[in-house]
Design a protein around this ligand. Structure first.
Ligand SMILES: [Zn+2]
Length: 421
C-alpha cells in the first residue's frame, strides 16, 4: 500500500505541542516536529523522518514554522456569544460603585439587562454582533466554540438566539456548538418567589421549548443556572432530565455564588460538565471525578467580577477531575482570548501551564463531547491547528495580554495568516 499523500505540511517548528499525553510529558511535545495534513485531518505528527516514513510529503504546501510553536486550536467550551448589546457602562461603573448604586441611577444590570437588550435586538443584529466577536476569537487561536442561548427566556427570543447559532456555524470557519439555556434565569414578567409561577415556566421549558429545540435540531446540550437566586437543584434535575428525554445532553452552571447541591446533581445525572465551581465540597469533587463530569472553570469571570472566592483548581485536579477552560464571553465578562484565560488560570488559580493548555484543548473538547475529534494533534483528528510566534511553549502564559497567534488552520485550511514582519 502506498503512503498517504499530505496536502499541507508544517515543517521545522521549534516544538509541536500535540496535547497527546505520554508517560514523560502530559503535552506530548515533539522538538523540531512536523505535522502532515490531508483532507482536513491530521495524517501524522513526529520528527521529520518519522513523518516521512508514514506519509508522502512531495507536492504538499509547506508552512515553515521555524522559531515557532505549533499547537491544537483552542476549544472555547463555555460562551454566551450571542447577545443584544454591550454593558460597558455598567462594567465601568462597577470599578468604583456597588450594584445597588448603579441600579439607583436607573441602569439595569446583570442577566436581566442582557435579556432586555437581546429581546430588543433583531436576529440580524444578534448575528452581526456575534460574527464580529467570532472573527476576533479565531484570530486568538480558537477553532471551536460553544454558544449558549439564555438571554431570551421566552420561546420567540430563545429561538432567535438558537437560529443565530445555527447560521454562525454555517457562515464562518469555526464550528459553533449550540446549547439551549432557556433556564439561565426566570422570565422577568413572572414573580420568581411564587412557586406556581416558577413551576409554570419550568413546565413550559420541559413540555414546549425543549421538545421544539430537539425536533428542529437547534442545540446539542441543555444547560441551567443552578445557584442561589436562580434554579434550585430539584428544579435543575427536572429541566435537565427533560432535556435528556429529548436527546439533549446535560450541562450545568453551578456553585458560582453558593453550593446549593448542583455538583451532587451533576455527578448523579451525570452531566457532561459542571461549570463555575467556586464552592464544591471534596466529596462532590470525588463524585464528579468518578462520574466523568468535566469541571469547566472560568478564570476571566472570576477576574471580571472580582470574585470573593475564586475557584481553586488544585483540589479538583487532585480529586481526579478533568478540567476545561472557557472564556465565558458575555456582556458582563467580555473576553475573547483563550490565551488570556490560560494566563489567569495559571497565575490566579494555581494551574500549571501544561494543565491550563490541556484544559483549553482536550478538556474543553470533552466538555462538548468532541474529545474524539478535536483538542489534540493526533492522527485522524481534525486539522485544527494554531502556530504561535513564541520561543517556547511557556511563553504563552508568560507574555500577559499578548496575542501569540501567527497562523490558524481550521479543518486543514489556513484561515489566519499574519503578515511576516
Ligand atoms: Zn455561563
Amino acid at each position: 500500500m502506498g503512503k498517504s499523500k499530505a496536502e499541507l505540511v508544517i515543517d521545522n517548528a521549534t516544538e509541536v505541542v500535540t496535547c497527546v499525553s505520554t508517560a514523560d510529558d502530559s503535552l506530548g511535545r515533539i522538538e523540531h516536529g512536523v505535522v502532515a495534513v490531508a483532507n482536513g485531518r491530521i495524517l501524522a505528527t513526529g520528527t521529520r523522518s518519522a513523518v516521512e516514513q508514514q506519509t508522502d510529503l512531495s507536492g504538499a504546501e509547506v508552512v515553515n514554522a521555524e522559531g515557532k510553536i505549533v499547537a491544537p486550536g483552542f476549544v472555547d467550551c463555555h460562551t454566551h456569544l450571542v447577545f443584544g448589546r454591550s454593558r460597558v457602562k455598567e462594567y465601568a461603573l462597577k470599578m468604583t460603585h456597588s450594584v445597588a448604586d448603579i441600579e439607583a441611577r436607573g441602569l439595569k444590570t446583570g442577566i436581566p439587562a442582557s435579556i432586555e437588550m437581546t429581546r430588543e435586538a433583531t436576529e440580524e443584529e444578534l448575528f452581526s454582533g456575534a460574527m464580529d466577536r467570532l472573527k476576533r476569537m479565531l484570530h486568538y487561536g480558537t477553532t471551536t466554540i460553544e454558544s449558549k442561548s439564555g438571554y431570551g427566556i421566552s420561546w420567540p427570543d430563545e429561538f432567535k438566539m438558537l437560529r443565530v447559532n445555527q447560521r454562525l456555524d454555517q457562515a464562518q470557519p469555526m464550528e459553533v456548538v449550540s446549547t439551549f439555556l432557556g433556564a439561565h434565569d426566570f422570565p422577568p414578567e413572572i414573580d420568581r418567589d411564587d412557586p406556581r409561577q416558577r413551576a409554570a415556566y419550568i413546565r413550559e421549558l420541559t413540555e414546549e421549548m425543549i421538545p421544539r429545540v430537539a425536533e428542529e435540531n437547534l442545540a446539542e446540550f441543555c444547560d441551567i443556572y443552578c445557584d442561589v437566586g436562580y434554579y434550585t437543584a430539584e428544579e435543575s434535575a427536572t429541566v435537565l432530565k427533560g432535556g435528556m428525554k429529548h436527546g439533549l445532553a446535560p450541562r450545568i452552571h453551578t456553585d458560582a455564588y453558593a453550593n446549593i447541591g448542583g455538583c451532587s446533581l451533576a455527578a448523579e445525572l451525570p452531566a457532561i460538565s459542571a461549570d463555575h465551581l467556586n464552592y464544591p465540597t471534596p466529596e462532590e469533587m470525588h463524585c464528579m471525578a468518578n462520574a466523568g463530569v468535566v469541571g469547566v472553570v472560568l478564570p476571566a469571570l472570576d477576574f471580571a467580577v472580582a470574585h470573593p472566592d475564586p475557584f481553586k483548581a488544585r483540589p479538583m485536579l487532585e480529586a481526579g477531575m478533568t478540567l476545561a477552560l472557557g472564556t465565558n464571553l458575555n456582556p458582563g465578562n467580555w473576553t475573547e482570548s483563550m490565551q488570556l484565560v490560560m494566563q489567569l488560570a495559571c497565575r490566579n488559580h494555581g494551574m500549571s501551564p501544561e494543565e491550563a493548555m490541556l484544559a483549553a484543548t482536550t478538556g474543553a473538547a470533552k466538555a462538548i463531547q468532541r474529545e474524539q475529534q478535536i483538542g489534540c494533534l493526533a492522527q485522524d483528528y481534525k486539522a485544527d491547528i494554531q502556530i504561535w510566534d513564541l520561543p517556547s511553549f511557556e511563553d504563552i502564559i508568560y507574555r500577559i495580554g499578548n496575542n501569540a497567534v501567527w497562523m490558524v488552520i481550521k479543518n486543514g485550511n489556513i484561515v489566519v495568516r499574519k503578515p511576516i514582519s
